[in-house]
Design a protein around this ligand. Structure first.
Ligand code: 13P
Length: 257
């Protein structure tokens, strides 16, 4: 049985004051719910991590970062390492988000290095994969997904993969309001699971959690999460408001009960 995981990726939104306000609000609202069946994670910008960690103290909400570097320390101006994230209170880290692949030169190779470092330090990685519109229209979705999965997960043991979360985020659905339909998401999630079955085994394939991301909202979460291979959501815009993120968590836990 795979536990549903709903994560909020705040991207480059919320200063420290706003982040404290939002995390406090989420803590308050989610406390009223019985969301024990769902893992809930929020991923604020680096600058707000420590403060949000304090807010989340003694709550069941997990804390994640949006990226990291693979070295522990060194002359790498602007980078943040896994031990630094752990010290700030993180249990999770998003790796290989499409915006990093698109704007900051992230490749499968760097994703793979970051993934190994995150696992080595006991962080739960959320590894993102997904095709862009051009690739989807050229019928290359599965090809791109295969490339992302095989190369991002290169040399990751079955034991480590069981600790990893995969997020399928079709680039054409991110921030566009254009969500994949439940069928479109299920088709790719199943493809990823079958690929893991080939690379690893049934246990890994049946245990690894695969989230969907791309314009997830309170209005569409139920349809997406009802699909057998959709184990959660990575939410951007709708994770920035107490009300919409709480509704997403509520609806996801109702469907997966
Ligand atoms: P939106 O939910 O804003 O489309 O963003 C999705 C995403 O990129 C989450 O990582």
């Amino acid at each position: 049985m795979r536990k549903t995981i709903i994560a909020g990726n705040w991207k480059m939104y919320k200063n420290i004051v706003e982040a404290i306000e939002l995390s406090n609000g989420l803590k308050r609202e989610l406390f009223k719910l019985d969301f024990a069946a769902v893992d809930v994670v929020i991923c604020p910008p680096f600058t707000a991590l420590s403060e949000v960690a304090e807010v989340l103290n003694e709550s069941d909400i997990g804390l994640g970062a949006q990226d990291m570097y693979w070295q522990d320390e060194g002359a790498f101006t602007g980078e943040v390492s896994a031990p630094m994230l752990k010290e700030a209170g993180c249990g999770y880290v998003i790796i290989g988000h499409s915006e990093r692949r698109q704007f900051f030169g992230e490749t499968n190779e760097t994703v793979n290095k970051k993934l190994k470092a995150a696992l080595g330090h006991g962080l739960t990685p959320i590894v993102c994969v997904g095709e862009n519109l051009k690739e989807r229209e050229a019928n290359k979705t599965f090809e791109v997904i295969e490339d992302h999965i095989k190369n991002s997960l290169l040399d990751i043991s079955a034991e480590d993969l069981l600790k990893t979360v995969i997020a399928y985020e079709p680039v054409w659905a991110i921030g566009t309001g254009k969500t994949a339909t439940g069928e479109q998401a299920q088709e790719v999630h199943k493809y990823i699971r079958d690929l893991l079955r080939k690379i690893y085994d049934d246990t890994v394939a049946d245990s690894v959690r695969i989230q969907y991301g791309g314009s997830v909202k309170p209005e569409n979460i139920a349809e997406l999460i009802a699909k057998p291979d959709v184990d959660g959501a990575l939410v951007g815009g709708a994770s920035l408001k107490i009300d919409s993120f709480t509704q997403i968590v509520t609806k996801a836990s109702e469907v997966k009960k």
